[in-house]
Design a protein around this ligand. Sequence first.
Ligand code: PLP
Length: 386
Amino acid sequence: MKDLQADLDQRRADGLYRRRRIIDSAQGVETRIDGKMVLSFCSNDYLGLANHPDISQAFVDAVGHYGVGSGAAHLINGHSRAHEQLEQRLAEFTGRERALLFSTGYMANIAIASALLGRNDLVYQDRLNHASLLDSARLCDARLVRYRHNDVAQLEALLSDGRRDRRRLIMTDGVFSMDGDCADLESLGRIAAEHGAWAMVDDAHGFGVLGTRGAGLLEQLELAQQQVPILMATLGKAVGTAGAFVAGSEALIETLIQQARPYIYTTASPPALAAATLKAIDIVETESWRREKLFESVAYFRAQAQALGLDLMASETAIQPIVIGDNQEALSLSNALYERGIHVTAIRPPTVPVGSARLRVTLSAAHERAHIDRLIEALKSVGWSA
Ligand SMILES: *Cc1c(COP(=O)(O)O)cnc(C)c1O
């Protein structure tokens, strides 16, 4: 075990050591973390639904009916009426033929690449894709080809070179998880179709947040199933519960059910979770004020931060990172903010490229102006000023 400790020490020296703070309250803007009340600016609970009373009640009611455990995998006897209803609701909500639930987004991504691609097939990925997409390529037999961030021209050149007789899958974040900008899905869907490839979007940070009904980036861009045939989205972020789903054609979903090992060989998530998510989707769809309020906060934060001279990224979403560069510096700024009652985690490599450590500020519909003012004041007091 000697090597392990040496590696851990090196990790600490490089400013890459990660540690968990313990939270003693429900998710929300004001949380108790490591024994201290802080204002949180790093949750993915973008709509403030993680502790919504109606969603909690739906969960409790369903526990009364189903109990807690699902008992088995979906293909054995774990597929409940609640799972089935949620899948139908998600298909209808996203305008896709069918949807399939997964326990986590990580597993859904692994499932897609491994069920659809085999040896000699190709998978094309944006360089800034989420780690779970990258891992999905690593864990299947296909060859991974990476293209520069949002560089559709390079992707097109790569597709023109590649072999048309193989299956070719393009995988991209919809809203990039550490930068907050969006993929050019319209161009991506078009060139995929022109070159006989499949386009897949991971809309973990767009689902619930973008589109007039909250159905995500595809709704915002009005892209149908023919244009972007594979949609994956998660339920643990804006939707406020947990899990994920894939939506698309009947043949796609049936292929996943038959072939995807992360679907077949795992216990179904609790039925009550599906019931709670069903309630959450209703709230996402009907309470559009949450999205409006979130985007007002985004605009307000950007204006205030820019007045302070902060170099923000070109993001119009809830993800508003402040790039610091150096790992230790990002870490000490995060700690200094925590001392002032503001929680923003420092995001470091390999989650982001080397030399681009950042404070990943995220906003939520639960934030009020006064909260954002406190964040801005804290940023001033740790050294930022115009
Ligand atoms: C969070 C995230 C995932 C993983 O989803 P989980 O349900 O948390 O496993 C996948 N892709 C992206 C882009 C994410 O941000």
